[in-house]
Design a binder for this molecule. Structure first.
Ligand code: PL4
Length: 389
């Protein structure tokens, strides 16, 4: 008999989000009449805007014609889309060849770890999206350093006490805290990575939610970042593409290993070997997002969800809770001092019929917090406000 992959033994028996679903189903078994509203898993609820749907339809129709049919596309993504991402998202500060289109940020977070192997050490924000740590554990990574991000340090790690690691995972706007790092903070992070010869894996999946013009939407807005950072991003929360699946990763040509060779070349090798490209239909949808009309539509989407966040924020504040986030991110991070996150989760489920995400699911520093997503129908948000008040 084959023995179990020892790396998998490091994982807890269930991933956070299926566990939330399990508890929700368990509750519904005993309370079938309960009208549950979910502010748990961060999943979009508004329909995909019109011009973007048109892009998806057109791509599908083309596939049904002799002239328009295409089979496999380039593994790195369609040239049109790579070009549009480079110009519309990065204002040509990155080259199309440095952009690799993916089937979503989560998938690339997993695949990227193949670049560095199991011997690397990593630093992660605590709390953090669980995939950074669990994906690393699956890969066999042994050394993980936690960077506490609390209200007391404005959710930015104390770099002066941070030990050296090969990789630094950093997410801004942050899931789950909703904190968006300032330019000054990101300059410190880039300087730290340079001084320590570390690589930053920067997750900007929620960048479209940044409203404050002073806050960078990309790590490449920081001088010198191309020498030390990979950026992972996504169309999921930008355009309601959580089910369509489309994202991208930027690996700048300047990013080098210790021996001077290009990380980009290895990523190209891994991508062409293990990935067959994102669906062409979703890629044409991505092109439609990055048109002028599409960009206007997605800005409206972000405003809608941020108005939800504002309504929830005001209610929690009125009720006397400490609330963070929700201004440049679709998440609210609410502190319930002295209480356990999973107890709070049960409390909200049983008493208010609201599904949340327990802060401790994102790390030790999340204990005593609940995360509320701002994704949801406005009428459901109003129902929640009534239930809470
Ligand atoms: C539930 C910081 C959500 N089953 O859709 P993707 O793959 O392009 O993006 C995933 C992603 C990447 N980076 C960050 C994220 O927060 C997410 C999505 N996170 C959440 O509620 O925390 C959805 C989670 C999904 C999952 O596990 O990813």
């Amino acid at each position: 008999m084959i023995s179990r992959n020892p790396n998998l033994i490091q994982l807890s028996s269930s991933y956070l989000f299926p566990e939330i679903n399990r508890r929700k189903q368990e509750f519904l078994l005993t309370h079938p009449q309960a009208s549950l509203i979910s502010l748990g898993i961060g999943d979009t609820t508004e329909p995909i805007p019109e011009s973007i749907v048109e892009g998806l339809i057109l791509a599908s129709v083309q596939l049904g014609t002799r002239k328009g049919y295409t089979g496999y596309g380039p593994e790195q993504g369609m040239a049109e889309l790579r070009k549009k991402i480079a110009s519309t998202i990065y204002f040509n500060s990155v080259q199309p060849e440095e952009v690799f289109v993916s089937d979503g940020a989560k998938c690339d977070i997993g695949r990227l770890q193949m670049l560095f192997g199991s011997q690397v050490s990593i630093a992660v924000q605590d709390p953090a999206y669980p995939v950074y740590i669990e994906g690393s554990l699956i890969q066999g990574v042994k050394k993980i350093v936690f960077m506490p991000c609390r209200p007391e340090n404005q959710f930015f790690p104390d770099l002066s006490h941070l030990q050296h690691t090969d990789l630094i995972y950093f997410c801004s706007p942050n899931n789950p805290t909703g904190a968006a790092a300032t330019k000054k903070q990101l300059e410190q992070l880039v300087a730290f990575a340079k001084a320590n010869r570390s690589i930053i894996i920067y997750d900007s999946a929620y960048a479209t939610y940044i409203q404050d013009p002073q806050i960078p939407k990309s790590i490449y807005q920081i001088e010198g970042a191309k020498e030390v950072a990979i950026e992972i991003s996504s169309f999921s929360k930008m355009a309601g593409f959580t089910g369509v699946r489309l994202g991208w990763t930027v690996i700048p040509e300047e990013l080098r290993y210790e021996d001077g060779s290009a990380v980009r070349a290895d990523w190209n090798r891994i991508t062409t070997t293990l990935f067959n490209g994102a669906s062409t239909i979703s890629q044409w949808g991505g092109c439609a997002i990055l048109e002028e009309k599409g960009m206007q539509e997605i800005a409206q989407l972000a405003s809608y969800y941020l108005e939800n966040a504002q309504l929830l924020r005001e209610t929690f504040q009125r009720l006397g809770y400490e609330v963070y986030g929700g201004e440049n991110a679709p998440y609210l991070w609410v502190r319930f001092k002295g209480q356990k996150s999973w107890d709070l989760f049960q409390h909200f489920l049983e008493n208010y019929h609201i599904v949340t995400t327990p802060g401790s699911g994102f790390g030790q520093e999340g204990e005593g917090f609940l995360r509320f997503t701002a994704f949801g129908l406005r009428q459901n948000i109003h129902t929640i406000l009534n239930r809470l008040s």
